[in-house]
Design a protein around this ligand. Sequence first.
Ligand SMILES: [Mg+2]
Length: 273
Amino acid sequence: MPANRFAWPETATWPPIPVEAFPATLASLMDTAGPVWFWCLDIDGTLVEIAPTPDAIRVPPTLLADLADLAGSPRHRVALVTGRSLDDARPRFPLPPAVAMVGSHGAEWLLDGVRATDPRTQPARAALVRTADRFRQLSREFPGTVFEDKRYSLSLHYRSLDPDREPGLKAAVEESVQDEPAISLLASKKCWDARIAGGPTKADGIARLLRTHPDPPRLLIFGDDLTDENAFLAFPQALTVRVGPGVSAARFRLPDPPAVRELVAAMAHLAVR
Ligand SMILES: [Mg+2]
């Protein structure tokens, strides 16, 4: 893979490893006897390019094959860690049960083919249903927005909204949850997320997967957005990789999803060698 596709993080806390040596460094570490590698990979903006609507993402078949190869190696565990619900993400990523999944920003997970839900989601159910009604209404009032009910969180995407209307949408979204203490708002990439206040996070989901390991694995976390930054900060020992621009707590940076896929492909190739 071309070495010059890998760039320095803006805020590096990792001992300097030459950027061009990033994949090679991973490879050399992988060859040593040691902890299992545990790959936690966000989906949108990390493994695949962000699409105009959540339904429009394209998942390359080669990516599925590489993830399955990596997860099939005794040296590796693989988990997809996404804001999408499991119901949404699973059919888009038809992968063997060895690939774990954390969905809805940590509210639900799939481990060895068994699904489970964080108990903190239950008390907030009624507030989420009320907020979903309001977001649905807003999606009609603001053409170009797309409402997505992820059951444990809600998203109002506005990638195609007239930019002049963005302040109006912001005000309306804030008003829609002002009397809902169980709900907190999160501004992510061209999207308003309504989530359970103090509820599960991607870091919680990753922690839950790690509990199934008798020995602490070597953790790698890849992400492109605020919810991933939370996970970067929660696991200071992890090898963390921010995808794309922006200030980050991650140790490394990759420019875009194709670079992540190249890295996954290279590692999968080494794993099955
Ligand atoms: Mg993302």
